[in-house]
Design a protein around this ligand. Structure first.
Ligand SMILES: *Cc1c(COP(=O)(O)O)cnc(C)c1O
Length: 663
């Protein structure tokens, strides 16, 4: 098969660098299935989307008319002939035209030439569901305002729970629970809130001197219960309350309420319990900056966000175990340990299995803490690890069709998701849905009443109907108040059309992993091809579908010069609203590698491979590198025999040669 690089207006015929389209490679693909999923780089599926939008817009209009058909239309049929109406329409058109013209300067996320940030084309089922729902304008703050889509949001939580291996049957008392949020930032904040509420509640029970409950001996023990033990205590308290007469129940509820952290505030709570130290959060240095935001919002500070050492951009689990030991010795409470499943810069995956082991060991030493997974980026990759019937797939099963994915460590991390206390995942990233859709999922929903606004946190579930009825008042639990029901509809419909297993949405995730593997191999070849003028290396072997590339012009030994070189390269790869879009051949992104945050081995490897001098001082330890997100489903275009990955590296070679000549 002849393959050309997707660069330049003239087709350049280049040797094939893409995996052959053999049956083995595509054994999971039903022919045509992926083709119907997106509007497409060329807008190939415009007729399909148009049909859907028009059909369901009409359907919406009939719904309006059928509400009370006896009501006459208050806007007269002749209105369109009036001068004011026409002026209004003209104004609307003028402004919309300008908007549409301005939007042409947008970043072409849909194109396989776009490999910059964590975004790509939108899934048609989600886009159509969102457009369909918008004119109904449901507000998922409560079922009053969203009789249909609030349920869907709770169902989305259960769909995600199933993908992660959580209990997702609402008739079980310890079923998981999840809801949507504006994004991963807000979902991470929700995880912090829940962990803090669960930690502080047993202390409040003690302070209120609730009789008849097996309470921990002192505040320190109460504040450091493991999350599961905290939930048991919360259940015991609710059972005890349920057995009281209404007046006594109110009395005890108020008494406990008065002692809760949510009543006193963090400062007041700690003041009332001088034995307790301010809790810390342990997160890898690779953690997203939403963690710093979350700490501040919680009334904690960045000083309480402690960096766990890492190796190869993955959390060092042995170092975490040591930190936890040290905290236990110093009676330092740990609010939570954050593991990252798909870091924002490298897509690397923390060893969640070993993180959970460390958590369990610490709990045995009296230092209970939660493990939260920030899977805002990598969460949907879990679909690759799930069978349609909900079982976890073995490493060999997952690995069929890939070069190296998943490494045994990566498989173990995904298998351990079900042991983690809560998870953030972004439908607006690898879920290919429109922005405004993050999700928070916790393993055991019984902790959620602690977040509820309003005093009533007695929650006795008698089964699925109860579970649904309760969580329809989503706004009582979420950070957001009014929230778009259309986003819930989009996620729900998408997860139904493409179930969250390897045969459903997993097929798209597989495309992205295969593209990343092809990209990694092409990067190695590129490194050889330009070795006369430049040293290039992939600094960390990718775990998933993000691949970075560090470059240094030959002969240079200074970090700052290498960074300036990459910044200059990136000037040809970024979005530049002052120029026509078509001037850009490809879009990439950059990130800064902080060498002083690396362990000795990583630092030495990278500096040596690039031929750089080791950084002298703190300030100059930064290296700007290229970063690529391989999530576009058409990076390898079998239809036309084009590899945009190949094209990208041809383009990069040309640019690197031109820049090196100019030096
Ligand atoms: C993107 C991302 C976030 C933040 O999510 P938003 O949806 O942008 O708020 C948090 N953590 C990780 C690992 C991410 O990749």
């Amino acid at each position: 098969m002849q393959v050309r690089a997707g660069a330049g207006p003239r087709p350049q015929h280049a040797r094939m660098d893409l995996p052959a389209r053999d049956d083995d490679m595509h054994h999971q693909d039903e022919p045509g299935m992926t083709e119907a999923c997106f509007l497409g780089p060329y807008g190939e599926n415009d007729t399909l989307l148009e049909k859907l939008v028009v059909e369901f817009l009409r359907d919406h209009v009939y719904w309006r008319r059928n509400f009370h058909p006896e009501d006459p239309p208050p806007i007269p049929t002749s209105a369109a002939q009036r001068a004011g109406y026409q002026r209004m329409e003209a104004r609307m058109r003028r402004e919309l035209h300008q908007l549409s013209a301005a939007l042409k300067r947008s970043v072409p996320f849909h194109s396989p030439r776009y490999i910059g940030h964590m975004v790509s084309d939108l899934l048609l089922p989600g886009l159509a569901a969102q457009i369909l729902t918008l004119p109904y304008n449901p507000n998922n703050v409560s079922e009053d305002a969203a009789p249909v889509t609030a349920d869907m949001e709770v169902q989305v939580g259960l769909q995600l729970a199933r993908m992660f291996g959580y209990r997702h049957d609402p008739s079980r008392p310890d079923c998981a629970f999840g809801h949507l949020a504006s994004g991963g930032t807000s979902a991470n904040l929700q995880a912090l809130r829940l962990a803090l509420a669960l930690k502080a509640f047993p202390v409040a029970l003690r302070a209120a001197r609730v009789p008849g409950l097996a309470l921990p001996d002192d505040d320190h023990a109460a504040f450091n219960l493991a999350p599961a033990a905290g939930i048991v205590l919360l259940q015991d308290w609710q059972d005890w309350l349920a057995g009281l007469e209404p007046e006594a129940r109110r009395h005890w509820q108020q008494r406990v309420q008065a002692q809760r952290l949510e009543q006193l505030g963090l400062a007041g709570f700690l003041q009332a319990h001088p034995e307790l130290q301010v809790p810390v959060v342990l997160a890898p240095a690779t953690a997203h900056y939403s963690w710093s935001k979350g700490m501040k919002l919680l009334g904690l500070g960045r000083a309480q966000l402690r960096a766990v050492p890492q190796h190869d951009m993955r959390m060092d689990a042995a170092a975490l175990a040591e930190m936890l030991d040290d905290c236990a010795r110093r009676r330092q409470p740990v609010l939570m340990v954050v593991g990252v499943l798909g870091t924002t810069e490298y897509g690397s995956i923390d060893p969640l299995d070993r993180i959970c082991d460390a958590r369990d060991a610490a709990a045995g030493r009296g230092l209970g803490t939660a493990v939260h997974v920030d899977a805002a980026w990598g969460g949907y990759l879990a679909s690759l690890f799930r069978d349609p019937d909900g079982n976890l797939r073995s490493r060999d099963e997952v690995a069929a069709g890939f070069q190296a994915f998943p490494s045994p460590g990566v498989h173990a991390a995904f298998a351990a998701l079900s042991r983690c206390d809560s998870i953030t995942v972004d439908p607006h990233k690898l879920g290919y849905l429109p922005y405004g859709a993050g999700a928070f999922v916790c393993r055991d929903h019984r902790a959620m009443p602690l977040l509820a606004e309003g005093a009533d946190y007695v929650f006795h579930s008698e089964g699925p109907a109860d579970y649904l009825r309760h969580y329809r008042s989503l706004g009582r639990y979420t950070i957001e108040g009014s929230k778009p029901g259309a986003a819930a509809a989009a996620a729900f419909v998408t997860h139904r059309v493409l179930p969250l297993d390897h045969a459903g949405l997993g097929r798209l995730q597989a495309h992205s992993i295969r593209a990343a593997e092809a990209f990694h191999a092409a990067a190695e070849r590129f490194s050889g091809a330009v070795s006369d003028i430049c040293r290039a290396t992939v600094p960390f072997a990718p775990d998933s579908n993000l691949v970075c590339l560090a470059l240094n012009p030959a002969g240079n030994r200074e970090l700052a010069v290498a960074s300036a070189f990459v910044r200059e390269l990136h000037r040809g790869l970024n979005s530049d609203p002052s120029q026509p879009l078509q001037v850009r051949e490809y879009f990439g992104s950059v990130t800064t590698l902080h060498l002083d945050g690396l362990d000795h081995e990583d630092r030495k490897r990278i500096v040596d491979r690039l031929g750089l001098d080791p950084p002298a001082g703190e300030g100059d330890a930064c290296l700007v590198i290229l970063r690529h997100t391989l999530m576009n489903p058409y990076l390898i275009d079998h239809e036309n025999g084009i590899s945009y990955i190949h094209g990208y590296f041809e383009h990069l070679t040309t640019r690197v040669r031109a820049l090196a000549d100019a030096r």
